[in-house]
Design a binder for this molecule. Structure first.
Ligand code: PEP
Ligand code: MG
Length: 576
């Protein structure tokens, strides 16, 4: 029995066999073949090349219609890779010489190519690595006859163990087949971890040696609340955890008794408790847990795990569904926030252009109004089916809001010209998640109808701590005095301007911080559906005046740890 410790990313306890996912997607098993099988292997290779060509041409046509010829031409480079005689001949030559399966040979040749390209000094050629890699993966998937169905083929519930998982990997997981996951790297507010909470499966990230210590098939206990993993537990430990799991379920069910009651303090202050979602499929869970609306609908997951861009109609149908299902409760749709740890292969943008401080979120959307407007028109169209609001991510100053407003006005005009109805006065908000926005919240408040504080990013930007990096996770402190002061400033600025202010970062759903945030005057708390009943019950157990006193005390403390401990003690006292 071995115990590992990582970062607790999504609560709950699960037990299951380990299912390891390769670090290198291009790894393919090596199988010897007989010389007489060579022609069949060559045919397989040719068919995969033809299929890939067809896919790329279809994609190119679609992009030309939706985004213009110039964007479609990006794929010419992909088609060129497909026709590269050197690459093709090398594969066939090695196939004949080595007598091993063509998929293996191709993956080896591809790795060599990528290696060579990566070392080239020329920036333009270096960027071709992205093309070679992308086309190479397409060919390989076709060669192996597989789409990304890693999770669909699972026969029993497993614990996924991987070096890293991208948010799109997590989004592709099925709750019925994956009961928990563990990764070597990652932080508490990486989107992979956030997605685990939405799926309501326990997750531990940043375990560092998970993939080296855990073997496929090992029985694992995953405690997503404490970050503990036990490999091949003895009977006694297993029983103890199973009991703990039951106890946790009991506590969660206990909180459910207040789920449909309003979130009102003992002295009558009402706040709104709403939900964060990534996919429309989460709406039933949102309702089940008594949310008073949706405070953050992260729409970028809509663009993931597909090879084309969603059309206006597809966007519209998804937003219409959420608006109608939640009506008359409000739904805040956040416009596309790509970049950081969320990449979309359709855009063909090198990853190093889109780190957290790069060409991300609203910056990308303002530079690509063609893509942005497809989404804006769909949100506007769906606004007649319920109470929709929209908000922009990563606003850093007033000009971005003004530019976004101009594009929104254009989208409205286009719909008017097409005779399509929409709600003209749709509320527009800004996420406050960049320190410059937090410090100039008074200026931004004059441009929007509401604020939503994105602490996941606000913490990483103000403390200079990458939210996905396990090595610096100890510095990622929501209750750091710098963060508390920024939050205080944002709330005061919003209230002075007469607008409402919510919070949709993970901090809003952390029981220990609810009291301080309530005391600071937050109007709306948005969180994963599962924690809503608990947060409601905390708010119903305290007077606003007491929460204000707690916030005042917290602001006097000088470290994040002190604030966290102080808040925890107060919470325990209140909940008995
Ligand atoms: C945030 O930054 O707090 C937020 C809610 O947005 P995201 O986690 O999607 O960056
Ligand atoms: Mg953010």
């Amino acid at each position: 029995m071995i115990q590992l410790k990582g970062i607790a990313a999504a609560g709950g306890i699960s037990v299951g066999p380990a299912h390891k996912i390769g670090r290198e997607e291009l790894t393919v098993p090596r199988q010897s073949i007989k010389p007489e099988e060579i022609p069949v292997q060559i045919q397989l290779f040719e068919e995969a090349l033809i299929k890939t060509r067809k896919e790329i041409v279809a994609l190119q046509k679609r992009i030309a219609v939706e985004m213009g010829q110039e964007q479609a031409e990006i794929f010419d480079a992909h088609l060129l890779v497909l026709e590269d005689r050197m690459l093709i001949e090398e594969v066939i030559l090695r196939l004949k010489q080595e007598c091993v399966n063509v998929a293996y040979i191709f993956s080896e040749v591809l790795k060599k190519y990528i290696n060579v390209f990566s070392k080239i000094e020329d920036e333009y050629l270096k960027e071709r690595v992205v093309d070679v890699n992308d086309v190479g993966k397409r060919i390989l998937h076709n060669l192996l006859g597989r789409e990304r169905k890693e999770f669909e083929d699972l026969k029993e519930k497993v614990v996924v163990v991987a070096h890293d998982l991208s948010p799109s990997d997590t989004a592709a997981m099925h709750k019925q087949k994956v009961c928990a996951f563990i990764t070597d790297i990652g932080g508490k507010t990486s989107h992979t971890a956030i997605m685990a909470k939405s799926l309501e499966i326990p997750a531990v990230v940043g375990v560092e040696e998970a993939t080296t210590k855990i073997k496929a098939g090992d029985i694992l206990i995953v405690d997503g609340g404490t970050g503990v993993i036990i490999i091949n537990p003895d009977e006694e430990t297993l029983r103890a955890y199973q009991q703990e799991e039951l106890k946790l379920k009991g506590i969660t069910e206990g909180f459910l008794s207040v789920k449909d009651l309003p979130a009102v303090t003992l002295d009558g202050k009402a706040v709104e408790i709403v939900a964060n979602i990534e996919l429309p499929e989460e709406v039933p869970s949102v309702k089940l847990h008594g949310a008073q609306g949706i405070g953050l609908y992260r729409t970028e997951f809509f663009y993931m795990n597909r090879r084309d861009l969603p059309s206006e109609e597809e966007h519209y149908q998804a937003y219409k569904y959420v608006a109608e299902e939640m009506n008359p409760l409000p739904v805040i749709i956040r416009t596309l926030d790509l970049g950081g740890d969320k990449f979309l292969s359709q855009f063909e943008i090198p990853k190093d252009m889109q780190p957290f401080l790069g060409w991300r979120a609203i910056r990308f959307c303002l530079a690509r109004p063609d893509i942005f407007k497809v989404q804006l028109r769909a949100i506007l169209r769906a606004s007649v089916h319920g109470k929709l609001k929209l908000m922009y991510p990563m606003i850093s100053g007033i000009e971005e809001l003004q530019q976004a407003k101009k594009i929104l006005d254009e989208a409205k005009k286009e719909l008017k010209d097409r005779g399509i109805p929409f709600y003209n006065d749709i509320e527009v908000g800004a996420m406050i998640e960049v320190p410059s926005a937090a410090m100039t919240a008074d200026l931004l408040a004059t441009e929007v109808d509401f604020f939503s504080i994105g602490t996941n990013d606000l913490i990483q930007y103000s403390l200079a701590v990458d939210r996905t990096n396990e090595k610096v996770a100890y510095l990622y402190e929501p209750a750091h005095p710098a963060v508390l002061r920024l939050i205080k400033n944002i709330i005061e600025a919003a209230h002075n301007a007469g607008i409402r202010v919510g919070m949709c970062g993970e901090m809003a759903g952390e029981p220990a911080f609810v009291l301080v945030l309530l005391g600071l005057g937050l109007d709306e708390f948005s969180m994963p559906p599962l924690v809503i009943p608990e947060v409601k019950s905390i708010i119903r157990s305290i007077k606003l005046s007491d929460a204000q006193a707690i916030a005042k005390e917290a602001l006097k403390l000088s470290t994040g740890k002190e604030v966290a401990e102080f808040s925890q003690v107060k919470l325990r006292k209140i909940l008995g």
